[in-house]
Design a binder for this molecule. Structure first.
Ligand SMILES: [Zn+2]
Length: 111
């Protein structure tokens, strides 16, 4: 069973691996292939569909917002979405450690 020092070290390591909190984005990133419908002669008319990337987010009231993401910003958007998941995983792991610290009375009332 990990002792107090192990748990605190584990928590410190977890914190150190988290990306900057300013670089998170809740939502999902996805790519669609579509026809533009602009012209019969466009390449998409011959089956070479256009590529379009989006960020989609759903709100508490059930509404969804979708925004398009230009190609140069795709890596950034992907990273921010991934960072959001990493933060939640980190919060869950840190919560588990903190639960353990309290359950086993390994922390005092100050901090
Ligand atoms: Zn087209």
């Amino acid at each position: 069973m990990p002792n107090r020092g192990d748990l605190l070290a584990q928590r410190r390591r977890l914190l150190a691996t988290l990306p900057p909190l300013g670089e998170v984005l809740r939502g999902s990133f996805f790519v669609r292939r579509l026809r533009c419908g602009k012209s019969e002669r466009c390449r998409c008319g011959r089956g070479q569909l256009h590529r379009a990337a989006y960020l989609s987010v759903t709100f508490k009231d059930g509404s969804t917002q979708q925004i398009s993401v230009p190609r140069p910003l795709e890596p950034l958007a992907r990273t921010w979405v991934r960072n959001y998941a990493r933060w939640w995983q980190g919060i869950e792991r840190i919560s588990a450690i903190n639960r353990e610290l309290i359950r086993r009375r390994l922390v005092g009332p100050t901090r």
